[in-house]
Design a protein around this ligand. Structure first.
Ligand code: PLP
Length: 399
């Protein structure tokens, strides 16, 4: 869907996915509220609104263009509907490999498939490239796949990656891992939600599929749920589209319209939020009540070198681990005035969450780890609010 490759991404975000340049054409695409379309004769993909809706087209074009896809994107009802369309491609007896720390609901889908006897799930230590390559080699050998016999519509081995991971912010060596997967006949997908389509381009790094929870930075205002996948492989495109159509995992026309409106400002939001995140990471790493900070854009972070080599920008999410009990950590959240204690990320407003409040998060995530999704507010206000709350609650300082 590359429309004008000479234009920069921030321009393509604004000019892409608009109605044709005709006299009296609306500047924005209309919201098409119709469940069916007039047709006589053989029915096609354009006969019913579970198959297609013009209101999806703009966002599907814009995100695919930014991700470097050769086909339009596929818009879904939520990030999880998009994830499900990928994980459910794996046939009975297949294997799904995914990072030890991965978005919880993606793990849940994989585990459910395993419990029903459909697939085997292998968890990866993605910071350790050597061990990942070994796991990939073993999975390919056990499944008997190689680069010449890939069935994209039903991949026997699927590699599902997140980088940076949620909520540990670990960074995988994407070029090394994705090219190994390709040479072994393993189909690969990268959840690019944390990086955004501006911050990292998994297709160019060797992935077959890129997926986003467009609920997050793409829509950007915490007011809508959407998901999207992009691939340049027609077999994968058809298989994910068939999943979307038959499962009805479709975005509402109004939600799609909100997503397109939101993404127009992605470049401005990402620039401001990422700068805020870096500044907070820099300051918080020296705070006496902060044990650890993870942010791939922090030069002293273990993931920095890899991130700098494969990302265009480092995202709006960082994690901090407090030198505090879980109860004290929750009290910090209660004391905040500017930050909102809530799950989710990538909105204009700053959100913060103690991840272990979710029973499904593994023990390897510290109890007092806070995931910070940094918004576009003034960084001084964000920092002052956090430090006042931490100092009062953890260090026992008077306000
Ligand atoms: C939020 C999120 C999802 C799921 O998206 P929904 O829109 O909530 O369904 C998947 N992956 C990551 C990394 C996410 O942050």
């Amino acid at each position: 869907m590359t429309q004008q490759p000479e234009l920069s991404p921030s321009t393509r975000l604004v000019v892409g996915g608009r109605p044709a340049h005709e006299h009296n054409a609306p500047v924005n695409p209309p919201i098409q509220m119709s469940s069916t379309y007039r047709q006589v004769g053989p029915s096609g993909i354009d006969s019913y609104a579970r198959f297609t809706n013009q209101s999806w087209d703009g966002l599907e074009q814009v995100i695919s263009d930014l991700e470097g896809g050769q086909l339009p994107g596929l818009l879904f009802a939520s990030g999880m509907a998009a994830v499900a369309s990928v994980l459910n491609l794996v046939p009975v007896g297949g294997t799904i490999l995914m990072p030890a720390h991965t978005y919880m609901a993606s793990v849940t889908i994989a585990n459910q498939l395993e419990q029903r006897g459909v697939v085997k799930v292998v968890r990866l230590d993605i910071e350790n490239t050597e061990s990942v390559l070994e796991d990939l080699t073993n999975a390919a050998a056990a499944a008997g796949v190689d680069a010449n016999s890939v069935n994209y519509a039903a991949p026997k081995v699927l590699l599902w990656l997140e980088s940076p991971t949620n909520p540990m912010l670990e960074v995988a060596d994407l070029p090394a891992i994705l090219s190994a997967a390709k040479s072994l006949g393993i189909v690969s997908a990268v959840d690019n939600t944390f990086a955004t389509p501006l911050g990292q381009h998994p297709l160019a790094l060797g992935a077959d599929i890129v997926a986003h929870s467009a609920t997050k930075s793409i829509a950007g205002h915490s007011d809508v749920l959407l998901g999207i996948t992009v691939t340049s492989n027609k077999e994968l495109y058809d298989a994910m589209q068939a999943y979307r159509t038959s499962n009805g995992a479709i975005a509402g026309p109004f939600e799609a319209w909100l997503g397109l409106r939101g993404v127009r400002t992605l470049a401005l939001r990402v620039e401001k939020a990422n700068a805020n995140a870096l500044e907070l990471a820099r300051r918080l790493k020296d705070h006496p009540a902060v044990q650890a900070v993870r942010y791939p854009g922090l030069p002293e972070d273990p993931g920095y070198e890899r991130a700098a080599a494969q990302m265009q920008s480092f995202g709006c999410v960082l994690s901090i681990t407090l030198d505090a009990t879980p109860e004290q950590t929750d009290d910090v959240l209660r004391a905040l005035q500017v930050w909102t204690p809530a799950t989710s990320l990538g909105g204009v407003e700053s959100l913060v969450e103690r991840r272990r409040r979710h029973a499904a998060e593994p023990d390897s995530i510290p109890e007092s780890l806070l995931r910070l999704s940094v918004g576009i507010e003034d960084v001084e206000d964000l920092y002052a609010d956090l430090v006042t709350a931490i100092n009062a609650t953890v260090l026992g300082e008077e306000k």
